[in-house]
Write a protein that binds this ligand. Structure first.
Ligand code: NAP
Length: 269
């Protein structure tokens, strides 16, 4: 059991805390900081996790997860530099910010891991990519792997790939939510009650995801298997191609990657 402090009780901080609790981490081994008092009470009331000031969190944490927005990192690092214990392992979930920024601003030799999880930590189905900073040992990386492994899958990637990871899986759940929303609206436009359209689409999404994972087949193979010549699926796919859906997705993901790079240059001084 590792004592974990999460700095920032926003959406991702909450998703991690709640995912860790569901995975069996005791609430006594978790704490968080949050500058907005009402939000702090909400999390404490909901999960029974201690809300601490920064100094309290750094004094107990073996693993400290930074879950504030990239633009809030600079002032936080200023405060953290004075109170961080040298043996504390720091994990940043901040989009776009390189480990070198944290290493520069925190005490010399601090171990920093860059992690890009996604919001599906809430249901134990996150995809997290980890990249170690220059002082991280194999044992420390294994430790972070185990923590994020309790809330989903973990891969290790060279840090140069983290902006692409952010664009693919960091933001990925939102693309699927968008797609599902658009399909439900299409069902409503065909005269279907919204709740029924939602049930049809959500279960289809879940089934498709499980088929991809459990068969290990390439998506083209699975798609071709349900595309009869001249049939309904073939007509739908022809429309998706005609409207440039594939190109739209490629350009959306490139835009997300570019935004992650921008965050790095704007906030990593
Ligand atoms: N959202 C995603 O899907 C996703 C996926 C992967 C990674 N991330 C990364 O995760 C991080 C958090 O994102 P989020 O969506 O959870 O943002 P968020 O909901 O805005 O949460 C950040 C929280 O931290 C609080 N905060 C800011 N400075 C603080 C400080 N010095 N001490 C304590 N609390 C502080 C904020 O308070 P205020 O409300 O008062 O500002 C806010 O409640 C970001 O760096 C983002 O890049 C997000």
């Amino acid at each position: 059991m590792t004592n974990i402090a999460v700095l920032g009780g926003g959406k991702m901080g909450e998703a991690l805390l709640s995912g860790l609790l569901k995975a069996g981490q005791p609430a006594e081994a978790l704490c968080f900081t949050e500058r907005y008092p009402r939000r702090a009470s909400e999390i404490t009331d909901r999960f029974g996790i201690r809300h601490l000031e920064l100094a309290g969190a750094t004094s107990v944490a073996e693993l400290l997860v930074i879950a504030v927005k990239p633009q809030d990192v600079e002032p936080l690092l200023g405060e953290l530099a004075g109170s961080l214990r040298p043996e504390t392992l720091v994990v940043s979930m901040c989009a776009g910010l390189p480990t070198a920024l944290f290493e520069r601003r925190l005490p010399v030799g601090t171990s920093v891991v860059r992690a890009m999880p996604n919001t599906s930590m809430l249901v134990g189905e996150a995809m997290t990519a980890l990249s170690p900073g220059q002082h991280v040992t194999d044992a420390q990386l294994d430790q972070v792997d185990r923590v994020f492994g309790t809330v989903g899958r973990v891969v290790r990637v060279p840090e140069a790939q983290q902006d692409a990871v952010t664009a693919l899986s960091g933001s990925g759940p939102a693309y699927f939510f968008y797609l599902v929303e658009a399909m439900i609206e299409a069902g409503v436009a065909l005269g279907m009650p919204r709740a029924l359209a939602s049930e049809l689409i959500v279960q289809s999404a879940l089934g498709a995801a499980r088929m991809l994972r459990e068969t290990g087949e390439h998506p083209v193979v699975l798609r071709e298997a349900v595309t009869s010549p001249g049939g309904t699926t073939a007509m739908a796919l022809r429309e998706l191609e005609r409207l440039g859906t594939r190109a739209a997705l490629a350009s959306a993901i490139e835009a997300a990657r570019d935004r992650s790079l921008d965050l790095g240059t704007s906030y990593a001084r």
